[in-house]
Design a protein around this ligand. Sequence first.
Ligand code: FE2
Ligand code: FE2
Length: 139
Amino acid sequence: MIKLEWTEDFNTGIELVDKQHQILVRAINLLGLALERGSDKELMDAIFETLADYTATHFADEEKLFEAAGYPESEAHKHAHKMFLQKVTELKAQFDAGGDPAQEVMVFLIDWLKNHILGTDRKYIPYVLGSNGQMRMAG
Ligand SMILES: [Fe+2]
Ligand SMILES: [Fe+2]
């Protein structure tokens, strides 16, 4: 199978965010394995569990960071996160009802990686990091 490797291009320079984004890359690789194994049920359960954790933790942390930094597009970004959660919930429901959305989950996550992690997420970086590339400390 093709393994998606984390590269420098994915780095935001914000350690917490990068660590969390790596979880999504791992989920994509796990999904590749699940697809190879005919949507292996156990793997699919693990992937949906990972995605649930990811959305709960990462989105909340990211939103806290950019809101504290006064990022002007906070609302639109939070809306995108909500849409992600909605889509994942929908795909999980399909899976629970006996459907096989693995391929659709893959397309969706790859698209998210390209457009959100490598696009939308990059826009708040200069607000969260100071001009020296270090985290701005509150207070
Ligand atoms: Fe993110
Ligand atoms: Fe985001």
